[in-house]
Structure formats: C-alpha cells, structure tokens
Design a protein around this ligand. Structure first.
Ligand SMILES: *Cc1c(COP(=O)(O)O)cnc(C)c1O
Length: 380
C-alpha cells in the first residue's frame, strides 16, 4: 500500500469543478493584483477568526515580517542588517522549535530573536519560562501554534500586558484552531497565517494573511505591503512588496468553505491513530491541552529510533517527515546569538524524537490501519 505524507491531488479532485471556473474568471479579468477577491477573502478570514480586520499578504513569512515592520519593531536601516546580534537592538521572544521563518522574520526585521524553551507535551513555547527572558529591549512575544494547536495564550497575554509587549501569533499551521472558544489569530496584536499549499488552507502557490483587532494597525499593514506608501508616490516609511495575488485569493475563497470539514477529517484521522497506537508503549501520541481543539496540520509522534522508523515506513510505502530536526538556536546563521547545544533541552530532545505521520483529510481507514500496523511491526 502507498500512503504519501500529503496528497494534494486527492483534495484537488474533490474541488476541481468548483475552483476551475473561479481561476478562469480571474484569467478572463486579467486583474491580477488587488483584485476584488483579495478584499472578499480579507473580510471572510477576519470574520472566520473573529477579528476586526485582515490584510492579505504574499506568504506566512511576510505576514510575520510585515507585522514586525508595521509595529515598528527592529530597525529599518540597512546598516542594521549586521545589528541583529548587537546589544541594544529590539528583542522578540519566540520558540526555537518551529519552522525557520519564525525566527528568520525577526532577524530580517533587524531585531534579535530571544529563544525560550518549549513545554514538552504540546511542543509550544513554555509560558512559565517567558518572563525570565524579558529585558528592557523586549518588544514582542511571537508564540507559534505548532502542528495546529494554539499555544497557551492566556498566560502569554498576561505577561505581554504586564510588560507592554506586542504579541504576534505565528498561526501559519493553525488557521481555524480553537482555544477556550477563540480562534487562532484572535488572541494577539496580530495573527499571521500561511496559505502555503501544505497548510490546512493552502493556495495554488504562496500566500498569507494578517488578522488584527487594531484597525489603525491594519491600515499600517496595508501601507506596508505596498512599499510603505500612503499612496503610489508618497512614502512615509519603507515597506515591501508583500501583496497577495487575486488568483490566490479567489482560489482560497473557494477552499475556505471546505476548511472546517477538512480539519474535522484530520481530527478524526488523529483520533483513529490515537486509538490504534494507544497500547504501543514506545510511542507517545500527540497531547492536546485542555481547552484546545487542534486542526492537526501535522500529527506528530515521539518515538525511539526515529530515523530508523522513518526509513522502515518509507520502505513500506509510507511518507513521513521530521518537523523539525534542528532547533533554531543551533542554526549556523544564528551563531552570532552565542547559543550552544543544551541551551534549550526540551526543544533539542523533541528534535531527536518527533516524526509526522500522514493525516490529510482524504486518508482511508485502511490506510490509517496500515500505517499503525507498520509502526507496530517496526517496533516488534
Ligand atoms: C509555513 C510556516 C511559516 C511560513 O509560511 P510561508 O507561507 O511558507 O512563508 C511560518 N511559520 C510556521 C510555523 C510555518 O509552519
């Protein structure tokens, strides 16, 4: 049997008839930038997340970067490219156990990423360790809702409020995830989403969105995505080209209607794995914290002999991946921050143990059983 990690063609087959006329109408209009679908998608995503405003951008990475720039965090002088590790620059607290773009965006803004270790059950930043990392230079906290589960936003919000910090949610893997009745993106100063094709709501290319309850900030984000210009030829500050294509927005409007159904299928698949693997002692299935409803962008186990297991599953036709094998404090490009192995032990331990299984909505029960059985075979 063949079970890929993700099968986008299977999903496309179910929506082809719905989405192709929309693609064609964008082509017919030849209105590729700032077309009407962008505004429509912004309204739809703002409403979906329970936020006052949303601003479409070119990717999840640019959603993070534009949030930092619009909040005035970091330094926008070219000289400060080398300044990210210099004393006195703005600091943003985040997790080392995440996709590169989280810390990369902080660095690119000209600020310093300050890592705080994860809480090992849910893999998200440990709120109990955040306060010790706050300094006079701290400007924001950037929690990540890893694998589709919202971070512990209430204590994070309380720390931010106490110290006057912004909160930028990296919700790239978590659109639609719920914590205590609120959706990802609705907790922070801004919430950032990615429409990269492998996310639960994926476009036909790159795309992203920032949601916020601060309408002034939303206006700033709109300026920011168009080079920082208030209009075409008057710039008060320097932004970028962070625009979302009309074509992506039109496709995403169609797919948004299916998002909750797809995420429910992923949850059902996750529940099935939980059940099938419950009595396998060596395997730790994902923990969902009280009050949380994950969208399972990834279903991630902790296992012994992880790399061998991955190779064994591959031999048996099953796709897996490791998110993430290297903690960000150990990345060569951040050597200037002066970290060493052992600085964030929970993140490093997770990096050596995690493996993601196929969890996409269109999986059959036969496939789920086959994956679980193959894992058991490997361990036997
Ligand atoms: C995917 C992802 C991003 C970046 O999104 P892009 O749209 O690929 O730029 C940022 N953070 C996390 C946690 C992600 O998973």
């Amino acid at each position: 049997m063949n079970v890929p990690l993700l099968d986008l063609k299977a999903q496309y087959a179910t929506i082809r008839d719905e989405v192709m006329p929309v693609v064609e109408s964008v082509m017919d209009s030849q209105y590729f930038i700032n077309g009407p679908a962008v505004k429509e998608l912004e309204s739809a995503v703002a409403e979906y997340c329970g936020c006052a405003a949303a601003v479409g951008v070119s990717s999840g990475t640019d959603a993070l970067l534009a949030s930092l720039m619009a909040l005035g965090i970091g330094q926008d002088l070219p000289a400060c490219r080398v300044g990210a590790a210099c004393p006195g620059c703005d600091e943003v607290i985040t997790t080392p156990f995440t996709f590169f773009a989280t810390a990369g965006s902080i660095w690119r803004a000209g600020a310093r990423p300050v890592f705080v270790d994860i809480e090992p059950k849910a893999f998200n930043i440990d709120p109990e360790k955040i306060e010790a990392a706050v300094t006079e230079h701290t400007k924001a906290i950037m929690p990540v809702h890893l694998f589709g589960q919202v971070a512990e936003m209430e204590p994070i919000g309380a720390i931010a409020e106490k110290h006057g910090l912004s909160v930028i949610e990296d919700g790239a893997q978590a659109i639609g995830a719920v914590r205590n009745g609120r959706r990802a993106g609705a907790f922070g100063t801004t919430g950032c989403f990615s429409f990269f094709p492998s996310k639960n709501l994926g476009g036909f290319g790159d795309g992203g969105m920032v949601v916020t309850n601060d309408k002034d900030l939303a206006q700033h984000l709109v300026w920011c995505r168009g080079h920082g210009g208030r209009d075409k030829y008057h710039n008060d500050f320097v932004g970028g080209n962070f625009r979302l294509d009309t074509l992506q927005a039109a496709v995403l409007l169609v797919k948004l209607r299916h998002l909750d159904g797809w995420s429910a299928r992923r949850r059902a698949n996750a529940a099935r794995y939980d059940e099938l693997l419950a009595d396998v002692e060596e395997v730790t299935t994902p923990a969902i914290l009280p009050g949380n409803e994950s969208i399972y962008n990834q279903y991630v186990l902790r296992v012994p002999r992880r790399d061998e297991m991955g190779a064994y599953l591959k031999e048996h036709g099953i796709g897996t991946a490791v998110y993430y094998p290297v903690s960000l404090h150990e990345q060569a490009c951040f050597a200037g921050l002066g970290h060493k192995p052992g600085d964030f032990p929970e993140s490093e331990k997770a990096a050596g143990e995690v493996i993601a299984l196929p969890v996409f909505p269109e999986l059959t029960d036969e496939q789920l059983v086959y994956v679980a059985d193959t894992i058991k075979q490997f361990l036997a």
